[in-house]
Design a protein around this ligand. Structure first.
Ligand SMILES: *[C@@H]1O[C@H](CO)[C@@H](O)[C@H](O)[C@H]1NC(C)=O
Ligand SMILES: *[C@@H]1O[C@H](CO)[C@@H](O)[C@H](O)[C@H]1NC(C)=O
Ligand SMILES: CC(=O)N[C@H]1CO[C@H](CO)[C@@H](O)[C@@H]1O
Length: 325
């Protein structure tokens, strides 16, 4: 064996032993799929691509490996594989979110090219409300700090909405009338519902008389997602895309799965009709047929594709989770 080959060989053995030792201490830690450095995580939140950086926020408990004190953790990546973990972006600090900063989405406002976040707050009386947060310092390329709007909450339950079934705002989209639209997951009269809100300025939101869609065959819809897909070619399109030749996907999370329907959306009338509605056929369309829940998608304007993040739950016990940290 030539000297250099020997040393390379030895180095590989050392790396192999070291790698296996690290793996042995954390045998179930993922090496490819995203996982936080420690503690509890659930839903992915507000994923976006902004000025060369992929952002992933997610529901976390900063203090323990079980659910509680739900906050928005924040990680960034340049390639969606290697991640850098930053400080939490949003923590429960205000009367309107003191019992938890729950799931929500990011929208990049065109023109000003500024990202904003809508998220659900579990408020001081355990009512769910929708809140707005914006980056503190637009010169920070990683958008580390976020500030909550002084106008929060920007949407509150009312008029037939159960305040415990009113959450998970989607990425907003803009109609040709320049008015923003967003949907909130809910259950009204026992039916899974996507409540529609509209706004000119992203701060003052008005609930539309009719929901965007509902189903009398499912219960509560969590984490709705609503976006166009091109019916020609394989490129993804932005949520506000108005180029024609698109179908519209509506996803809702219920019964431990992510179900979706494909249909047509008329943004002038705000009318959505599914080709085959939820639970209307023997075979239901799901994103995944294993453990996969509360997904959220975003448009990657760099690679012109839509990317979907979902939560895969581990199936072991709470005490195992605590032992693993
Ligand atoms: C904003 O971010 C930039 C770039 O990271 C930094 O140089 C600057 O000090 C920040 N400003 C404030 C007020 O934090
Ligand atoms: C459920 O909704 C469908 C479509 O709107 C309607 O045709 C049907 O009568 C409804 N069924 C019940 C039990 O309400
Ligand atoms: C550190 C901290 O804020 N912990 C809180 C987490 O949530 C529990 C229950 O809601 C509180 O009792 C803790 O004070």
């Amino acid at each position: 064996m030539k000297g250099s080959v020997f040393w390379t060989f030895l180095l590989h053995i050392i790396l192999f032993i070291h790698g296996n030792k690290a793996k042995a201490s954390q045998p179930y830690r993922t090496s490819y799929h995203f996982q936080p450095p420690k503690n509890w995580m659930n839903d992915p939140n507000g994923p976006m691509y902004y000025k060369g950086v992929y952002h992933l926020f997610y529901q976390c408990n900063p203090f323990a490996a079980v659910t509680g004190n739900i906050s928005w953790a924040h990680s960034i990546s340049y390639n969606l594989i290697d991640w850098m973990h930053l400080d939490n972006a949003i923590n429960p600090t205000e009367p309107y979110d003191i019992n938890g900063c729950w799931s929500g989405s990011a929208t990049i406002l065109p023109g000003v090219k500024k990202p904003v976040i809508l998220y659900t707050g579990d408020n001081f009386e355990h009512h769910q409300v929708q809140n707005l947060a914006v980056p503190k310092n637009m010169s920070d390329p990683l958008l580390r700090e976020w500030v909550k709007s002084g106008r929060n909450p920007v949407m509150t339950p009312g008029n037939g909405i159960d305040p415990k079934m009113y959450r998970d705002p989607t990425t907003a989209w803009q109609g040709s009338d320049k008015i923003w639209r967003v949907i909130i997951g809910s259950q009204i009269n026992g039916h899974g519902t996507a409540i529609l809100y509209k706004s000119k300025d992203f701060v003052k939101w008005t609930r539309s008389k009719d929901p965007l869609h509902s189903s009398n065959k499912t219960g509560m819809w969590e984490c709705p997602d609503f976006y166009p897909v091109s019916s020609r070619g394989k490129k993804g399109v932005d949520s506000s895309f108005k180029g024609g030749d698109t179908k519209q996907v509506l996803k809702a999370s219920f019964g431990d799965h992510d179900y979706y329907v494909i249909g047509n959306y008329d943004s002038k009338m705000d009318h959505y009709s599914a080709d085959v509605d939820f639970m209307d056929s023997i075979v239901q369309l799901r994103y995944d047929y294993g453990m996969f829940y509360a997904s959220k998608s975003f448009y990657d304007s760099d690679k012109k594709r839509r990317i979907l993040w979902g939560w895969v739950t581990e199936a072991d016990s709470k005490s195992d989770d605590i032992n693993k940290g």
